[in-house]
Design a protein around this ligand. Structure first.
Ligand code: GRF
Length: 192
């Protein structure tokens, strides 16, 4: 089966880049579209330089129409990856991609998740709580922030003198190591 991925990202897109690189020579898995809600997001430059079509969305388009599904049909997208996308996914899209849409969160959910818990805010909260470990969670997406079923977690230590920036670095390293591989495993046929 051919898998055509759409990656949603609003920022730097370092995870999106790792995923693109990981699947570049895979004949069965193709990153077919990069979607962003920010027209100037660096992730879009990464997509352009890899020849991947891009789609910039606004709130009315995303929340008041279902037109993105029609655009998806052109590729045709059959798996969605959220990698640093901060908007809540509307229920029509969650339903259309049930068990075929995943997100990565930079903490060990259910800790440090939910609306407003993103980026450095997560690592600052981990530091403030004096945690000795943190990690990443890859999970299915449902209609609530960071609450879909967990698929994979990986941990790292937090040293007493780690700054939130140090923690962010450790987390990014974990994300880059695991996210593409977890996606690949999910897309492998269950009964080879
Ligand atoms: C990652 O830390 C991810 O966990 C979170 O957003 C961040 C995106 O980073 N959801 P990048 O843009 O991929 O570098």
């Amino acid at each position: 089966m051919q898998h055509n991925l759409a990656i949603f990202a609003s920022g730097t897109g370092s995870n999106a880049k790792k995923i693109v690189e990981h699947f570049k020579h895979n004949p069965n898995i193709n990153v077919s579209l990069v979607v962003s809600n920010k027209a100037d997001a660096p992730v879009l430059d990464m997509a352009r330089s890899n020849g991947i079509p891009i789609l910039v969305i606004g709130r009315p388009f995303f929340y008041s129409t279902e037109d993105i599904l029609k655009i998806f049909n052109n590729f045709p997208i059959n798996f969605v990856v959220l990698a640093g996308f901060l908007w809540l996914v509307p229920s029509y899209l969650v339903k259309a991609f049930e068990n075929r849409m995943v997100n990565i969160h930079p903490a060990l959910l259910p800790k440090y998740g939910g609306k407003g818990m993103y980026g450095m805010k997560v690592h600052e909260a981990v530091k403030a709580a004096g945690e000795t470990e943190t990690g990443i969670t890859i999970h299915y997406v449902n209609e609530r922030y960071d609450e879909g079923d967990a698929i994979f977690q990986a941990k790292c230590q937090v040293a007493p003198d780690d700054t939130p920036e140090d923690i962010a670095q450790k987390i990014h390293a974990l994300e880059h190591r695991h996210f593409p591989e977890v996606i690949e495993k999910l897309l492998k046929p269950q009964n080879p």
